[in-house]
Design a protein around this ligand. Structure first.
Ligand SMILES: [Zn+2]
Length: 94
């Protein structure tokens, strides 16, 4: 892969991880998550930009978050269904 800096044309590129805030979902269901993603960094002029790897890392982070949320919701539904000792029984929550 021959990459050049879009700003100065240098090939002296490195990669570094940055913390990003990503938005998962839309509207009132939207959640914000933090994820470390790799971005390209030009050692000569300091320009930084997202490439395909950055995009993939963002997608992974979002998918991981959604999978965790689905697993959590499934667990909570199971807990609620398993708590059926009567209509007034509720798991105690402070
Ligand atoms: Zn550059």
């Amino acid at each position: 892969m021959f990459l050049r800096c879009a700003a100065c044309g240098s090939r002296n590129l490195t990669e570094r991880d940055v913390d990003e805030t990503l938005t998962v979902g839309e509207g009132s269901a939207a959640e914000r998550i933090r994820a470390a993603v790799p971005i390209r960094h030009c050692s000569d002029c300091g320009e930084e930009w997202a490439d395909r790897k950055t995009e993939a890392a963002r997608r992974d982070a979002v998918e991981r978050h959604l999978a965790e949320r689905r697993a959590r919701e499934k667990r909570e539904r199971k807990d609620a269904a398993g708590a059926g000792a009567g209509p007034f029984h509720r798991p105690s929550r402070s």
